[in-house]
Design a protein around this ligand. Structure first.
Ligand code: SF4
Length: 363
């Protein structure tokens, strides 16, 4: 394996690994067959059955903003939760439920299990993965860390338990800038993984000395600056809201850059009536709920219509369906298990993340 620094001195490029990662992501993408849309009658049946099963099993749904709108509604109606990955982790740890059903992707289920070892954690499907998690294999990552022992290792929540176990800190996009800023002010050099766009954004904002792992979110990477420029001309009054996993050119055009929860808050707080949104379309459900009188427009992507598997819509988040949710609750299938030693090690940076988040919120 070769490891070289790009001209900027921050990006780690390894052609062999990039090719292998791209192929791996494609293989998983090919397996992510979207579930069939249920009829209205089936949906009503599934909802009733899920409500009954949640009560019987003393279970709570913990859902991400990117999953199907009906699952989000069901989570909230049944006393569960919808939020970003930091909030999901907190809710799962603090709630009284004996069973957590995590509607999201695999690393979210793993995080819930690590933080709540006494609870049973189920997922509608264990096939729901993430391109960032896939493109950061624990062995390669560990070698990379070994080669740079003078750096503090900060990893994004979108990683496996094994990668988290190797880190000093875990962060979500809601606290990543603040944490790196804090570490950098203390003179620490940062090794960041896995999202190169988020890492480069943090580096630009904080000026921190950072080494970046080279992976990307297949959804956010599809947003294109050129198309966005054209769309801004068509809607000059609209504010652009972007998730920092988007490429630099898109972020430069944004009026606001932030995590999913921060984007939802900005849409309510800003005076604009129209917004162009560069993140997964699943968020539109919550955006429209919180600001019903405002208009939200999807930021342009590079894909060619139906050919694009990840244009503003995560194919793995899309695997979470009402049908799978009912099956999982009925049969206790798809339990998330994490090796005890890995969980013990990953708990350390995860606890730091939760404590830092609490400090930032002034709790
Ligand atoms: S939207 Fe991107 S970062 Fe989020 S789960 Fe999907 S592939 Fe991963």
């Amino acid at each position: 394996m070769t490891e070289t620094l790009a001209d900027s001195g921050v990006a780690v490029v390894d052609e062999d690994r990039l090719i292998a990662d791209t192929l791996l992501v494609k293989r998983y993408l090919d397996r992510a067959v979207p579930p069939e849309a249920p009829s209205a009658r089936q949906r009503a049946e599934y909802r009733d059955a899920i409500m009954g099963l949640l009560e019987r099993r003393k279970a709570a749904i913990v859902a991400h903003y990117y999953v199907d709108a009906e699952l989000q509604e069901l989570a909230e109606e049944s006393g569960g939760f919808v939020g970003d990955s930091l909030e999901m982790a907190r809710f799962g740890r603090d709630c009284d439920a004996e069973v957590l059903v995590v509607a999201g992707v695999r690393f979210m289920g793993e995080t819930a299990k690590i933080l709540s070892p006494g609870k049973t954690v189920l997922m509608p499907t264990l096939e729901a993965t993430c391109s960032l998690d896939l493109a950061c294999p624990a062995d390669d990552f560990s070698r990379f860390c070994d080669n740079h022992p003078e750096h503090t290792v900060v990893v994004y929540a979108n990683t496996s338990a094994a990668v988290k176990a190797r880190a000093d800190w875990v962060v979500t996009s809601s606290i990543a800038v603040d944490l790196v800023d804090h570490l950098s002010a203390g003179g620490e050099r940062i090794l960041w993984a896995p999202d190169r766009h988020l890492g480069a954004y943090i580096q630009r904002v904080t000026g921190a000395d950072m080494l970046l792992w080279d992976a990307a979110c297949i959804v956010h990477e599809e947003f294109k600056a050129r198309g966005l420029k054209d769309l801004i001309q068509v809607h000059p009054e609209a504010a652009v809201l972007a998730h920092p996993e988007s490429p630099a050119g898109v972020l430069e055009l944004a009026d606001f850059v932030g995590s999913t929860t921060q984007i939802i808050r900005a849409a309510s707080d800003l005076p604009n009536r129209q917004f162009i949104v560069a993140t997964d379309q699943g968020i539109f459900h919550k955006l429209q709920m919180r600001a019903p009188d405002k208009e939200f427009i999807v930021a342009p992507t590079a894909g060619k219509g139906a050919e694009c598997r990840s244009c503003a819509s995560c194919p793995w988040m899309g695997l979470n369906s009402l049908h799978e949710m009912r099956e999982t609750l009925e049969n206790g299938d798809n339990e998330v298990l994490v090796d005890a030693e890995l969980a013990r090690q990953a708990m350390i940076p995860l606890r730091r993340m939760l404590d830092f988040g609490k400090q930032m919120a002034g709790d």
